[in-house]
Design a protein around this ligand. Structure first.
Ligand code: ZN
Ligand code: FE
Ligand code: FE
Ligand code: ZN
Length: 287
């Protein structure tokens, strides 16, 4: 069954974070993601599969470099009558050593949107369920500090349009206090604001142990103070996750004071008004 379909049909919010099976941990033909969006009334979706890297970075969780043309093919010409508009994007990782390649490669691909993500602290895939055990042997604050240091470098790189899942290290429930979070996140949000990037409300967190959207209401409030724009992403790795939890994400965005969201074309941004909550009763449905 489709998560929350009862309460989020005709929820007019675009889903800017969608994967394909090329990443080796997603399922469903791209056409099925489009059909799912169509039946929910999602106006636009953007495929943002995990970016391939020629240096072999995190190879088990992404397409091979020579599959990129297939990725482009699979996700093109999917616009149908009365269906969603389909955008072409990528979820690119920021890591030590990524910059020279991305600076040369990203601008040539005709992307509508480039998400910037940090999934590794050094060689530790801190959000990988298989590497979760390492949280027990690290200092919590040190781990978060190292994560935010990488995010600061991501922001300063000018390589990306939108920061994905901004507080991803909370995935398994490893949280900072509010005071620590404000101290660590504020300088990074200053850099994000200065860079002109947006951030996403990623509902994937609702499907993880933390059971919370990325980022938290606390961080989103700090982002709003800095006028950092937002978009919405389900981080769907299966067709029935398209638009997942968007009613909750809308409530979160409105509560933080947001009234519009990003609309991306060819990496140029414009804005569209957010729907009103009253039109879209929040789903208390959890899966
Ligand atoms: Zn993934
Ligand atoms: Fe990610
Ligand atoms: Fe993703
Ligand atoms: Zn993701």
């Amino acid at each position: 069954m489709r998560p929350g379909a009862d309460s989020i049909s005709n929820l007019s919010i675009s889903d800017y974070h969608i994967h394909t099976p090329l990443c080796k941990h997603a399922e469903g033909d791209p056409k099925e993601f489009v059909s799912a969006a169509k039946s929910l009334g999602v106006p636009e979706i953007c495929f943002t599969d995990h970016c391939p890297f020629p240096d072999g970075y995190d190879r088990p969780h992404r397409m091979e470099p020579d599959q990129f043309s297939l990725y482009r093919e699979m996700t093109s010409d999917l616009c149908e009558v009365s269906g969603p508009h389909v955008l072409f994007g990528i979820e690119a990782d920021y890591y030590e050593g990524c910059e020279a390649h991305l600076r040369e490669w990203l601008p040539r691909q005709g992307f509508d949107l480039v998400l910037g993500s940090v999934h590794f602290i050094g060689n530790w895939g801190f959000d990988d369920p298989d590497q979760k055990g390492r949280w027990r042997s690290v200092d919590l604050k040190t781990a978060w500090r190292e994560y935010f240091a990488l995010l600061a470098r991501l922001a300063m790189s000018s390589l990306f349009d939108v920061v994905a899942h901004l507080d991803l290290p909370k995935k398994f429930g490893h949280r900072l206090t509010d005071k620590e979070m404000i101290e660590m996140a504020s300088p990074v949000l200053d850099l994000i604001a200065a860079s002109g990037m947006g951030i996403e409300l990623n509902t994937g967190g609702l499907r993880k142990p933390v059971n919370e959207i990325y980022p938290s209401a606390l961080i989103l409030g700090l982002a709003k103070e800095r006028d950092i724009p937002i978009c919405f992403g389900s981080d769907a790795h299966a067709p029935n996750e398209v638009g997942f939890g968007f009613a909750d994400a809308l409530v979160l965005a409105r509560s933080a004071g947001y009234t519009e969201s990003l609309l991306m074309r060819q990496r140029k941004r414009s804005f569209k008004p957010l729907p009103f909550i009253s039109d879209n009763p929040p789903s208390h449905h959890r899966h």
